[in-house]
Design a protein around this ligand. Structure first.
Ligand SMILES: Cc1cc2nc3c(=O)[nH]c(=O)nc-3n(C[C@H](O)[C@H](O)[C@H](O)COP(=O)(O)OP(=O)(O)OC[C@H]3O[C@@H](n4cnc5c(N)ncnc54)[C@H](O)[C@@H]3O)c2cc1C
Length: 412
C-alpha cells in the first residue's frame, strides 16, 4: 500500500522534509499544508525586502511548479485545526480530513504581542511573514519616526530597516544593552554605535507601558514605564515567538515550551514528528534538550525528520547553528547556544571587533563574533568535538586561533 506523509507548515523545515521525503520515498503520497498564501520563501531575506533593497522576486524559493514537478500536493491558504492521532488524520479549517501514515508538524511560531494597552493598534507591526514585510516597507516608506521594541535578533532587523529607509527611530530596551543575555555591555556597545550611525537611538532602562493612538486607532507614540513619551508614525515589536502548537492539544504529544522531540525528530506520540523553530530537541552535542530558532537548523531538522519518517531511527540531528547579521559595516555572527553558558571569555580587538565564547562544563557551547568571523570554524569544531577547553580560553581569544596551540584535551 502507498505510504502517506502529511506535513503541516511550508516554512524551511516543512519544505525540506517534503523534498527529502520525495527523494527517499519516490512512490509515496506527500502533502504539504500551509495557511500562508505563498509557497516557501526566504524568511531571512524579507528584511532586505522591507529595507527596500530587494524586489519581491528573489525572495521566493519555490513556486507552485516546484511541488507539481515532484508530485507533492501543496495546499496553500489552508489552516489545519485538528490532529487525531488515533484515527491518523488531520482536519482543515474547511473540515476536510486527510489521513496520514506519518505526520510532520513544522508550524513554527507567531510573534508575541506586547501585553500592554493599544498593542493591537494600526501601525504596530510584528515581523514574521512576507506580508508583514510588505506592510513594514509601506510604513517605513511613508513615516518619518518609529519606535522599535525587542532587544534581540529580530528587533535589530527592524532597527536596520529604519536605518536603511531613513526613518528616525527610538529603540526601547528594558535593560542596559542590546541582547544582554548573549553580549556584555562592551560588545553590545559596538552594536549600539552602529545603530546610532544609521539614525536609530537605543534607549536603555525603558520599554513600553502603553501605546498612544489617534481617533482612527493608529499608533502615535509609545509611553515607557518611566513616563517618557516617544512619538512615532509606526512601531515594530519583536519580543519573541509563541509556538503554533494549538493543534497538538489533546494529542498527547509532549510539550515543554516547544514540542519535545528526540534526536530523530520523533515526538512522544507514534508517527508524529516535529521539526524547526517549535521543537525542543535532544541535542546530542550538549547531551540535553535545547532549542534553536534559525534557518539552517530548521532546514536540517526538516531533512532529518523526512529521512526518519521513511527509514525509522536512522539519522540523528547533530548541528551547530549560526545566525548572522549583515546590516552594518562589519559582520556579526552568533553560533551554538550563546546564552546557556556557565562561564564566558571575551575580548575586544578594535572599535568594531569583539569575541565572546560561552562554555558549559568546560566545553564550548556557543558564542558571538563581531567584526572578524574568522574564528568561527575553529570554535564550531571544538563545540562539535565536545572538548573541554575553558581552562585554555587565552588560546581561543587569540585573534587567529591555532588549534595546535591547545594542550591535549579530553574529547568526550
Ligand atoms: C525577519 C526574520 C529574519 C530572520 N533572519 C534570520 C537569519 O538571519 N538567520 C537565521 O538563521 N534565521 C533567521 N530567521 C529565523 C528563521 O527564519 C526561522 O528560524 C525559520 O524560518 C524557521 O522555520 P520553520 O520552518 O521552523 O518555521 P516557519 O518559517 O515559521 O514556518 C511555519 C509555517 O507553518 C505555517 N503554519 C502554522 N500553523 C499552521 C497550521 N495550523 N496550519 C497550516 N499552516 C500552519 C505558518 O504560517 C508558516 O508558514 C529570521 C526570521 C525572521 C522572521
Amino acid at each position: 500500500m502507498t505510504e502517506s506523509y502529511v506535513i503541516i507548515g511550508d516554512g524551511i523545515a516543512g519544505s525540506s522534509a517534503a523534498e527529502t521525503l520525495r527523494e527517499e520515498a519516490p512512490d509515496a503520497e506527500v502533502t504539504v499544508i500551509t495557511d500562508e498564501g505563498e509557497a516557501l520563501y526566504n524568511r531571512i531575506l524579507i528584511k532586505e525586502f522591507a529595507k527596500g533593497k530587494l524586489p519581491e522576486a528573489p525572495i521566493s524559493i519555490h513556486d507552485e511548479s516546484w511541488y507539481d514537478e515532484r508530485d507533492i500536493d501543496l495546499r496553500l491558504n489552508t489552516h489545519v485545526k485538528n490532529i487525531d492521532p488515533d484515527g491518523h488524520e488531520i482536519t482543515t479549517h474547511e473540515d476536510e480530513t486527510l489521513e496520514y501514515d506519518k505526520l510532520l508538524v513544522a508550524t513554527g511560531g507567531t510573534p508575541t504581542q506586547l501585553p500592554v494597552g493599544n498593542s493591537d493598534a494600526e501601525g504596530i507591526h510584528h515581523f514574521w511573514t512576507f506580508q508583514d514585510a510588505r506592510r513594514i516597507r509601506e510604513s517605513a516608506d511613508a513615516g518619518e519616526n518609529a519606535v522599535i521594541v525587542g532587544a534581540g535578533l529580530l528587533g535589530i532587523d527592524l532597527a536596520a530597516i529604519c536605518g536603511a529607509q531613513g526613518v528616525s527611530a527610538k529603540y526601547l530596551m528594558r535593560g542596559n544593552a542590546w541582547w544582554r543575555y548573549a553580549l556584555s555591555e562592551e560588545g553590545a556597545e559596538i552594536m549600539h554605535e552602529a545603530m546610532r550611525d544609521v539614525g536609530v537611538e537605543p534607549v536603555f532602562g525603558s520599554g513600553v507601558d502603553h501605546f498612544e493612538v489617534d481617533d482612527d486607532g493608529h499608533v502615535t507614540g509609545a509611553v515607557d514605564p518611566n513616563g517618557e513619551q516617544y512619538d512615532c508614525d509606526w512601531a515594530g515589536v519583536a519580543i519573541g515567538l509563541n509556538f503554533n502548537t494549538e493543534i497538538l492539544q489533546g494529542t498527547g504529544v509532549k510539550q515543554d515550551d516547544g514540542v519535545v522531540v528526540d534526536q530523530y525528530m520523533q515526538s512522544s506520540v507514534d508517527d508524529i514528528y516535529a521539526a524547526g523553530d517549535l521543537t525542543r530537541f535532544y541535542d546530542t552535542i550538549l547531551g540535553e534538550y535545547a532549542q534553536n530558532g534559525s534557518w539552517g537548523s530548521a532546514r536540517e531538522q526538516g531533512s532529518i525528520a523526512g529521512h526518519n519518517m521513511v527509514h525509522g531511527e536512522e539519522k540523528e540531528f547533530r548541528w551547530v547553528s549560526s545566525y548572522s547579521i549583515t546590516h552594518f559595516d562589519f559582520p556579526f555572527l552568533s553560533f551554538g547556544h550563546p546564552t546557556i553558558g556557565d562561564e564566558e571569555a571575551e575580548r575586544k580587538y578594535s572599535d568594531t571587533e569583539w569575541r565572546r565564547i560561552a562554555f558549559k562544563d568546560g566545553k564550548v557551547v556557543g558564542g558571538v563574533l563581531i567584526g572578524d568571523l574568522s574564528a568561527q570554524s575553529a570554535l564550531k569544531k571544538l563545540m562539535r568535538e565536545e572538548r573541554v577547553v575553558a581552562d585554555q580560553a587565552e588560546v581561543l581569544l587569540e585573534k587567529q586561533i591555532d588549534l595546535d596551540d591547545l594542550a591535549a584535551t579530553q574529547e568526550q
